[in-house]
Design a protein around this ligand. Structure first.
Ligand code: THU
Length: 136
């Protein structure tokens, strides 16, 4: 479902605040994410790097973890997520984050700076068609 301009502005503001908390001494690329859940709550996350680079956590997954810690994994549903960076650069969610987002909001709207430097808005389904789903 679409979100209003007002909701977008609030999410962007919260993502900007989260970005200031990033731990990114290696890449110097700060990322902030703000999630709006179906329940109407906003949760944020920032990237957390590690000297063992592969252990880095992206802002999007940190925000999902925060939302689940508050609303519960069986209840939390994503409505929208806004991603911002410092320096301001194109930053679409990485493949791992797309898969994680798909678990909690197939129809959720994802806002990020696209390669054309404009705000890009796509659903999770558009970002990751044929996402893996575990079925027995
Ligand atoms: N990063 C994110 O937080 N989200 C993304 O979608 C892409 C990359 C972070 C991980 C790392 O700390 C830095 O950006 C550079 O890759």
């Amino acid at each position: 479902m679409e979100i209003s301009n007002q909701e977008f502005a609030l999410l962007k503001d919260k993502a900007q605040q989260a970005l200031t908390k990033a731990y990114a001494p290696y890449s110097k690329f700060r990322v902030g994410a703000a999630i709006l859940t179906d329940a109407g709550n906003i949760f944020t996350g920032c990237n957390i790097e590690n000297s063992s680079y592969g252990l880095t956590i992206c802002a999007e997954r940190a925000a999902v973890a925060c939302a689940i810690a508050h609303e519960g994994g069986d209840k939390m549903k994503l409505r929208a997520i806004v991603i911002v960076t410092d320096p301001e650069r194109p930053c679409s969610p990485c493949g791992a984050c797309r898969q994680v987002l798909s678990e909690f909001g197939w129809e959720a709207m994802v806002f990020f700076q696209g390669k054309d430097r404009k705000i890009t808005k796509l659903t999770v389904a558009e970002l990751l068609p044929e996402a893996f789903e575990f079925t027995i």
